[in-house]
Design a protein around this ligand. Structure first.
Ligand SMILES: [Zn+2]
Length: 131
């Protein structure tokens, strides 16, 4: 099944989904999610939930965001599931989490793909690298 549109795949080994044409996770190799922010690179492994935010008590990567006053103390969460699909969820941040310019409703799990632009609040933009 396609992890994006949930279409049943006629060829499970296909490189892309026949229905939504998105690239499909490939077997072999452990997927890793990286987000390249101006202040540093974040790395997320399968099974890890990484909280992004400005509060070191809530987020292990708070140092990446301390200079940005408009990032919430607990802003959003990133994770990677075993199929290689990466996700982001806004944790009720004040100034929003955006994927390619679109604000996510709080609490909604949104898939992110290689090359997407992830933005926290007005000006913290990172590029998604999924491999
Ligand atoms: Zn699909």
């Amino acid at each position: 099944m396609c992890p994006y549109c949930e279409a049943v795949l006629s060829n499970p080994g296909a490189a892309q989904c026949d229905s939504c044409l998105r690239p499909l996770p490939q077997k072999g190799g452990t997927p890793v999610l990286r987000i390249q922010f101006p202040t540093g690179e974040l790395k997320v492994s399968v099974g890890q939930h990484l909280v992004l935010g400005r509060d070191a008590g809530q987020s292990p990567v708070a140092a990446t965001f301390t200079q940005y006053d408009n990032v919430s103390r607990r802003h959003s969460t990133l994770w990677l599931d075993p199929s290689g699909t990466a996700w982001v969820r806004d944790e009720g941040s004040t100034n929003g989490t955006f994927v390619n310019g679109e604000r996510l409703p709080r609490g909604v799990e949104a898939p992110i793909r290689d090359g997407d632009q992830l933005r926290l609040a007005a000006d913290v933009t990172g590029t998604v690298q999924l491999s």
